[in-house]
Design a protein around this ligand. Structure first.
Ligand SMILES: Nc1ncnc2c1ncn2[C@@H]1O[C@H](COP(=O)(O)OP(=O)(O)OP(=O)(O)O)[C@@H](O)[C@H]1O
Ligand SMILES: [Mg+2]
Length: 243
């Protein structure tokens, strides 16, 4: 049973549209505090649309979104971000002509709420990503893909997330960098960060996730324990393809 008061994020019955195009159909899933939910699905399934709806970029037509029991569905994106939902966007959007340091600085928000640990500072982000520290004065557009992904994660952390949303952080990265990003995500989780991880790298997602929701053409078709899904070839091949 869902305990609304203590869920980090509870998405219930979301319908979302782009114009007349009905993309999400009654999407529901729950992220419990300190856990990692893998949101999986094929290309075009609606994963990014879920992220955009949670962030308030897209207004849900139906359903509710609550953050630690507080309704945030329908609020403006900047209000939602201030309440503590931070996104690592797909394609690692950032200010390409600003330096690494400037990109981190403009993303900073004060720590808040019960899950607030010591709070993220630029120094803490640089401890997590020494490569970014070395390149602090370099413009973001000139970083490698892996470094840009680290900066995108660093930017989200500077928002002191109570819930961190990550949209395909491994996309387009070399295996060695994917492993590094995986280690960082595991470390954030070990520190108690609540995370929704959208991934097409099923192996990575199932290694990191506690719980999984699978979405297919805008409908959640499966929810369950990550370990059980890992062992269930039928579910994986039916909804995600073989890997
Ligand atoms: N701005 C938009 N306007 C109209 N339709 C859109 C828009 N963005 C996405 N869609 C459509 O909504 C559906 C879901 O797209 P979405 O980007 O959420 O999928 P996704 O699961 O994130 O896919 P991917 O793994 O490729 O990133 C797709 O059919 C897509 O074509
Ligand atoms: Mg997407």
């Amino acid at each position: 049973m869902t305990n609304f008061a203590t869920d980090a994020l509870d998405i219930a019955g979301i319908d979302a549209f782009y114009g007349d195009s009905h993309v999400l159909h009654g999407v529901s899933f729950t992220l419990r505090p300190g856990r990692l939910l893998g949101l999986l699905g094929r290309n075009g399934a609606g994963k990014t649309t879920c992220m955009n709806t949670i962030m308030g970029f897209l207004k849900p037509k139906q359903g509710s979104i609550s953050l630690f029991g507080e309704q945030v569905g329908g609020l403006a994106p900047d209000t939602i971000a201030r309440k503590g939902i931070c996104l690592v966007p797909q394609g690692r959007r950032m200010f390409r002509s600003l330096t690494v340091r400037e990109n981190l600085m403009v993303a900073a928000q004060r720590a808040r709420g019960p899950s607030g640990g010591p709070g993220w500072t630029m120094d803490r982000v640089f401890d997590l990503f020494p490569r970014l520290k070395e390149r602090h004065a370099q413009v973001a557009g000139s970083l490698s893909g892996g470094e840009q992904q680290m900066l995108a994660i660093g930017r989200a952390l500077m928002g002191n997330p109570r819930v961190l949303l990550m949209d395909e952080p491994s996309e387009g990265l070399a295996p060695q960098i994917v492993a590094e990003v995986g280690r960082i995500i595991a470390q954030l989780k070990a520190e108690g960060q609540s995370i929704v991880l959208v991934e097409q790298n099923i192996k990575l997602a199932l290694e990191l996730a506690d719980d999984v929701a699978i979405i297919n053409t805008g409908v959640v078709v499966h929810k369950g324990d990550a370990k059980a899904i890992k062992l269930d070839d039928a579910i994986v091949s039916q909804h995600l393809g073989v890997f």
